[in-house]
Write a protein that binds this ligand. Sequence first.
Ligand code: ADP
Ligand code: MG
Length: 694
Amino acid sequence: MRPEILFPLFAEPTKLDGVGPKTAPLYEKLGIAKVVDALFLPPSGVIDRRLRETVQGAVEGTVVTVRVTVGRHSAPGRRGAPYRITVSDGILDFTLVFFHAHPEYLVRILPQGEERIVSGKIEIYDGVAQMPHPDMVIDPDDGETPDGFEPIYPATAGLNQKAIVKAIRSAVTMVPDLPEWQDAAWLSKQGWPAWRDAVRALHSPESATDIEADTPARQRLAYDELLSHQLALALVRAKRRRSKGRITKGDGSLRKKVEAALPFSLTGAQKRAAEEIHGNMAESKRMLRLLQGDVGAGKTLVAFLAMLNAVEVGGQAALMAPTEILARQHLAGLESLCEIAGINIVLLTGRNKGAERETILSGIANGETSVVVGTHALFQSDVIFKDLRLAVVDEQHRFGVNQRNELAEKGAGADILVMSATPIPRTLALASYGDMDISVLDEKPPGRKPIETRMVSLARYEQVVESLRSAIAKGARAYWICPLVEESDIIDLAAAEDRARALRRALGEDVVALTHGKLKPAEKDAAMASFKAGECQVIVATTVVEVGVDVPEASIMVIEHAERFGLAQLHQLRGRVGRGSGESSCVLLYQGPLGESARARLAVLRETEDGFRIAEEDLKLRGAGDLLGIKQAGLPQMRLADLAVHTDLLEVARDDARLIVSQDAELKTARGEALRVLLYLMGRDDSIRYLGAA
Ligand code: ADP
Ligand code: MG
């Protein structure tokens, strides 16, 4: 249960100054559903309202605050003209300008001959400085002079800055003094303030640089956020590791047989990953490991060796893929290897019905079948394994922490290996997979031919189609990707349909297939299958094109409006070709003129095929929040931590969290109690139920 000390922070936003039932929904749009959310909304800018001597020398368009003597009022001479008041700051005369003014009101707040402090944006009009609609008019005799600096928050329609500032300021006054959850030595080494002071500092910037991500206050708050997240993951991980696992330590006989039959030897990275995995399986704790590697890095083979390890001790292994077509592809890849090993493999999907399904299930139940490949149908309750020791999940970035938990609960006692083809920088992998151990295949099998990558303007569409025509005549197969135009599926679909129609006209009716997100899974599979079988030579796809589908004969990838894709996604798409023995190419069709960042993205792609390097560049170019591949990888949304800036802190947070859990798994020490408050404060109530003795 949430500790009482936090209750005020979890009240409705109507408890904030100036927020009523009408405006509360607008605050929710800003992400403020509870008082506490207001604390964690960082200012996006800062206005300098320090009192200046004079308007003279001010940069046009900036906010200026000066003390003035009010001069003459001039009412508009014609309709639509503004009401003007001449004022003087002692050095310069300038004009306050009001459209649609109420003269009585202006006469009252700006009486001629009196002193006032005014603050607002300075503009130059006809060579004369003017301040249209000052933000503030203060009588120095009874008003407060403005703070030196004022935070600016991201706005939403219907809420003005003044209201947001007021609401957030009131949230800050409700902040209780909470027990310190950070390690005292670490805090003082970093020179970070206490939490309450940090919150106050965040919302009272004292200079323009005070809102940057590297101030002590901001770093502290970012670290709190990262630590709470990593702690939640570490608790999940610890809970899972407490659940009894099995010792699986095969004699290597099957693995030796298969390795000897391979026409190549394992890469160094594959050997390393295999050792890590087999080491984990030999422990009595349950394994939860991520096997990360670029498309084609050889993950499947590593996973298969782990499966053989399970089979060597008389156990079974399952491989789960996100779609039926991917499951079939895995089956096709593994069948011959299973034959070499002399073990049985079977495919189980939602399509197996009746007697056929019964036969498959009985083979799994009596242990005749050693390896089962399938879709999520594998985890239906009637699927009973004789002795499941290893579950491999081909993730294709579709599962989050919650689904992983579910899976872990279903495959009682079995070790779990998750394969992911999203190359994300190591630190970001920590953020999304902090609950897992990680093996990385950062080395590609030798002998891969580079993919020739070209940038071509859409203006040269006809030429691209011409060269496609001659390639097809020689038997080539090509993907043609149409982008996500808008959030709207309908527009995407129209664009893809138009393109398919145009290509059919140019290349022939039967040559071109079309697949997109609106099709039923079976229809999508059918389109892909006809392309895979070579019944058609071009497949037009929106980005639904199955990232893991392997068509080694495909050697051309055309990406239309490449400038609209993120780097990670372009890399994934390009990875669809270059899998066969021939030359392959990727055409980045762009719509000019290219913006600077789009140009930089495409240039990176042309330069390298190294997924990890591309991911790092993408991170630099776009910041963590925007990384498409990373969103897919289930990266948590952070409010104060910026994963592109605070990467070092992320690593520390992970180590810190694991240490805490290993020493105080029930969070019972004084620091542990304080950390519970942190978890609740950060809305990680869920993770509390994973507390438990080591
Ligand atoms: P991933 O699952 O990482 O996308 P795969 O395991 O499907 O990669 O491997 C891609 C291809 O590379 C397969 O045809 C596989 O047989 C081959 N391969 C795997 N490991 C090696 C290696 N060490 N040397 C050469 N080829 C390899
Ligand atoms: Mg694969």
